[in-house]
Design a protein. Structure first.
Length: 345
């Protein structure tokens, strides 16, 4: 008997479900927001299968085609519209990775992705939401100045919001990266601050140098120093740098829901809360657009590229890989008139 014949004659390996510990270890490799979305996506898929009398696992190609088609036609309660194409891609990923975690064969998704492609095309032709990728508005320096002008920087909450704006911009952070910074982590020097930031997508720490600005009102070093001093006056010398503060200036006031404590006991802001701060300040400044925490990251990338900064330096300051192909999605193309390639032809 040849080796091939012996292999073919051997009994097929028994599939086993991963242990809870192994499943938790796999899940830990994803961002918190992704884990939450995956849980909701998987629960919705299983509930739909139960309603239809279908076996969810392992999922067949036809089942996924039917499910995605259903999602393209079913309004979501929160928006009143079906899921966007990007959400459908995430839902497919949630289902396929669920198979991997349970040691099941990976389902074929080609048919479902064809449905998504056709759905996206039709949305674009009909000029409906979802046909065009939505991105956060880039927070460029003029917008930052207007947002800062809406703050009372003599208050602790004003100091916090100013530092969030300027530090998030100077270090090109994601909201989750920004709120993870602790009071004692920025290291001050004659040139400014050196800050080690854990970049969630790269899954490693990078060093970002936060330099003095020429204008004190928009200087991230001065804003950060002012916040740290204000936190110390409030009795906070350790723990999270960006915390919830009420209108009376109380740091980390307790929050309850139905009599039960909620929120981080230390007062650390969530990534969503940080994004809400940016949105609130943009609204107070009368700015139009889609303002979220990513506005700071996109604003940094756009301004740096327009200022002819070397791409490798832009990448390293903002925690992108040196050869990142995704960096180009973060900056706006430039002034459509000043940079118009038709001019002069």
């Amino acid at each position: 008997m040849t080796d091939i014949e012996r292999y073919e004659a051997a009994p097929a390996p028994v599939r086993r479900q991963l242990s809870p510990e192994a499943q938790a270890a796999l899940a830990a490799g994803r961002a918190d927001s992704t884990r939450r979305a995956y849980r909701e996506d998987r629960a919705a898929f299983i509930a739909w299968c139960a309603e239809k009398g279908e076996q969810p696992l392992p999922a067949t190609q036809d089942l996924l085609v039917e499910y995605v088609t259903h999602l393209t036609r079913t309004p979501r309660p929160r928006t009143g519209r079906p899921s966007a194409p990007s959400s459908l891609e995430r839902i497919l990923s949630a289902i396929t990775t669920m198979h991997a975690e349970l040691d099941l064969p990976r389902p074929e998704t080609k048919g479902a992705r064809t449905v998504i492609a056709g759905y996206k095309h039709q949305l674009a032709v009909d000029k409906k939401p979802g046909g065009k990728q939505r991105q956060a508005t880039a927070a460029l320096p003029p917008a930052l100045r207007k947002m800062l002008a809406a703050l009372d920087r003599d208050t602790l909450i004003g100091k916090r919001d100013a530092a969030m704006l300027l530090l998030g911009y100077a270090a090109a952070t994601r909201s989750s990266e920004l709120v993870s910074i602790d009071i004692g982590e920025p290291v001050e020097s004659d040139e400014g601050y050196l800050l080690s930031i854990y970049r969630v997508k790269m899954k490693k720490y990078t060093e970002s140098a936060i330099a003095y600005g020429t204008n004190p009102a928009t200087c991230p070093v001065r804003a950060l120093r002012s916040l740290i001093a204000g936190m110390r006056e409030a009795g906070r010398t350790e723990g999270p740098l960006f915390v919830r503060i009420d209108r009376h200036g109380r740091v980390a006031p307790p929050m309850t829901r139905r009599g039960k404590p909620i929120g981080d006991p230390s007062g650390r802001l969530t990534a969503d809360a940080a994004s809400d701060v940016i949105e609130r300040l943009a609204d107070a400044a009368g700015l139009e657009g889609r303002w979220r925490g990513h506005s700071l990251r996109r604003g940094f990338a756009t301004a740096a590229v327009r200022g002819r900064a070397p791409m490798v330096r832009v990448a390293r300051q903002g925690g992108w890989a040196d050869n990142s192909t995704s960096l180009s999605r973060y900056f706006d193309e430039g002034d459509p008139w000043e940079d118009n390639p038709v001019m002069g032809l």
